[in-house]
Design a protein around this ligand. Sequence first.
Ligand SMILES: Cc1cc2nc3c(=O)[nH]c(=O)nc-3n(C[C@H](O)[C@H](O)[C@H](O)COP(=O)(O)OP(=O)(O)OC[C@H]3O[C@@H](n4cnc5c(N)ncnc54)[C@H](O)[C@@H]3O)c2cc1C
Length: 294
Amino acid sequence: MIEDCEVVVVGGGPAGSSAALVLGRCRRKVTVFDSGVYRNARSRAVHGYLTRDGESPAELRRLSRAELARYDSVSVRSETVAEIAASDPDAFIVRTSQGTQIRCRMLLLATGLIDRLPSVPGAADLLGDRIFVCPYCDGWELRDEPLAVYDRQGRYAALIAQWSRDTIVCTDGPPEIEPDLQRRLAELELRVESRLIAGFEAKEQGVSIVFREGPAIHRRAIFVNGECPPQSDFARKLGCRLDDKGGVEVGRDGSTSVSGVYVAGDASRDALQAIVAAGEGAVAAVAINEALSR
Ligand SMILES: Cc1cc2nc3c(=O)[nH]c(=O)nc-3n(C[C@H](O)[C@H](O)[C@H](O)COP(=O)(O)OP(=O)(O)OC[C@H]3O[C@@H](n4cnc5c(N)ncnc54)[C@H](O)[C@@H]3O)c2cc1C
């Protein structure tokens, strides 16, 4: 059986949930599919979210779900979207791994990103606790603490130094730092450590960087500048135009080159923060509602 609704939102993080709230308030029939893989699942607190600064990600989700539950045209399902196909006229068929099939007129992809950490033993286990990816999210709590940056090119290190000048740049092999940046790091008096890393280990309140040779270094936390590929590639498969970095080309209202397909949140690759994702979800929801009204 194929169900019908006006909008399917794929992703129940800040972007998708915020979009569903706005669309619910517009009395739109919305289904949110959420596979439960949140980017900040390992994090203890969401920082920089006005009125919720320091709230745990799980509590923020609980509050979001409780607010969505007030709107009877919004349904949130813990299902994983497996396939989306364009279907005439002006409709999409969304299929989940759990067997649901829904036809909708508009699609919001709020599927977020995944953090690809350096392949150093211990990195994944310590994410969100002693290893961090974003100074805007966690820099304040670590201000003036002894830090390290895992960064072969040195660009990230110059940024992190804004929060703590006691920062060591670990390049895990020969540095690839441009001469201008080398001068900048020297001005900032940041030490560059190029020994090969064997692993990261939790120790006391911080983390030890264990090298293949020589003594370990102990730091309060490490920032890593890993890659963040999209968690899903539905937009590409639906034929949305990509930008020169391989991300989806997204308009200010979340629209893509494919009519009826919108993208919001981290997946749109704007500033990667929860409040930005929520704002983008709301903007896309208004655009979707107005497109449906037309
Ligand atoms: C360690 C860490 C700490 C962070 N700390 C902060 C912080 O302090 N402050 C801050 O503002 N930001 C922080 N962030 C960033 C923040 O988590 C993201 O900016 C935010 O979660 C983006 O929201 P989103 O809705 O775009 O994506 P996400 O929160 O990643 O949500 C994506 C959603 O898509 C769903 N999904 C994906 N594919 C499918 C599919 N096929 N079917 C169904 N559902 C699917 C997932 O289950 C999930 O619900 C942190 C990130 C990390 C990694």
